[in-house]
Design a protein around this ligand. Structure first.
Ligand code: FAD
Length: 373
């Protein structure tokens, strides 16, 4: 009798201990162990300040599938869904986010929930994947999926390009104690301003910090920045930028081409940002990444459960599962397209009005029970 395939010793190496890779093998499959590698020396080395809202059908669904939803609920912040939209010189428009069901969670908390769910020692910290090559021994008994049975070449030739946007991230730590005005002004969730050629995105973190995407080389530079780009704005807007003094991190934002696809290649696939890197302007990156991870894990489990899998090699079976998973292209394209559209809108004069309209419409749809996504 042939040994059951996709065996308990099957290994799925994953580059990185990120949201996507640490959940690519869900808890119902403890026997198919992931072995994520991460180039950070320790988990504490990973960037920590950032907050994500997890959507019901993507991030939340993935955590449910992995049996981690209760843990998520312990640390998520439904009150973080509140949003205040400000115009350069206008009164703010506030949304409480009620009914959206997109609670926020700090990146560091989400990372800990995911990493703590893995067996001790699963992640090899401080290891960097330099290249991926076929294993000659595996190739000998693993059929190729190409019609010609020729070894296939990697077919993703496209690389990330800059989106043209540089975000300048400013941190104000422990705002409640150190800067009550800023704490009050930003509120419990997000406070955004979108305008022609500029955007200000402030978000409260569960740690009591406020991150403001818009570095602190010096007070003079900060003031010069305000004078150059924000001089026509209200005193409050200028005060927000001038009072976030704890850290400065400039980030060039990169993206992959919208709708990128590749030919399935035995032994390797991509998920998360590696598959469809986009700018953060639709706030969907981590959601799409977690949904990818869930779909890949489900495809592997489905294959594992199939009768025919038992007579094929692990390599072949994983290849079948990967091809099944790679139907994600459409989801990546739709979200990247939405993000590209938002990028244009956010940096336009009507950016604030547009997002206010979208939030109102979304809240209405939710009230009618047809807006969940
Ligand atoms: C400023 C900002 C704000 C954002 N806000 C939001 C938001 O509000 N909502 C949202 O949904 N998304 C948001 N995103 C996007 C979100 O952070 C990403 O989409 C998400 O983290 C992607 O997860 P990932 O697992 O694919 O990749 P990452 O989280 O980038 O993880 C990649 C990992 O791979 C490791 N790695 C890289 N190369 C190698 C290698 N060669 N060998 C080994 N390890 C390697 C890295 O160390 C890292 O740990 C934001 C992004 C930014 C930059």
């Amino acid at each position: 009798m042939p040994a059951p395939k996709l065996s308990s010793s099957a290994r799925v190496p994953l580059a990185s201990a990120s949201p996507a890779s640490s959940k690519s093998t869900p808890s119902p499959a403890p026997s198919t162990k992931p072995k994520p590698l991460d180039m950070f020396a320790t988990k504490e080395g990973a960037p920590s300040i950032c907050t994500f809202d997890l959507h019901p059908r993507a991030g939340q669904a993935a955590l449910k599938a992995a049996g981690l939803f209760k843990e998520f609920q312990k640390y998520s912040r439904p009150e973080g869904e509140a949003m205040k939209l400000i115009q350069p010189d206008d009164a703010p428009k506030e949304f409480d986010g009620e009914g959206l069901d997109r609670p926020e969670i700090d990146r560091v908390k989400l990372r800990d929930i995911l990493l703590d769910s893995l067996e001790e020692g699963t992640v090899k910290w401080g290891k960097k994947v330099m290249r991926v090559e076929p294993d000659p021994s595996a190739r000998a008994n693993t059929p190729s999926f190409s019609p010609t049975s020729q070894p296939r070449r990697p077919s993703i030739s496209s690389s990330a390009r800059t989106s043209g946007i540089t975000s300048i991230e400013l941190w104000a730590l422990d705002v409640d104690a150190k800067n009550p005005w800023l704490s009050e002004y930003i509120g419990k969730g997000s406070c955004f301003m979108f305008d022609e050629g500029r955007a200000l995105q402030c978000q409260r973190q569960g740690t009591g910090a406020c991150g403001i995407d818009f570095a602190n080389p010096s007070e003079t530079t900060r003031q010069e920045m305000v004078d150059k780009y924000w001089s026509d704005c209200s005193t409050d807007v200028k005060r927000v930028i001038l009072s976030a003094k704890d850290e400065l991190i400039p980030r060039k934002l990169y993206m992959l081409s919208v709708g990128i696809q590749w030919k399935s290649k035995l032994g390797v696939t991509l998920l998360g940002d590696a598959a469809h890197l986009m700018t953060p302007f639709a706030g969907v990156g981590v959601n799409v990444s977690l949904a990818d991870a869930m779909d890949l894990a489900k495809a592997i489990l489905r294959r594992k459960a199939s009768v025919v899998a038992k007579v094929r090699s692990d390599g072949y079976n994983i290849g079948v599962a990967v091809e099944e998973y790679e139907k994600i292209f459409e989801r990546g394209r739709m979200n990247a397209e939405k993000t590209r559209k938002n990028l244009g809108l956010h940096f336009s004069e009507k950016g604030g009005a547009e997002i206010a309209g979208r939030l109102s419409a979304h809240a209405e749809a939710m009230a009618k029970g047809d807006g969940r996504h």
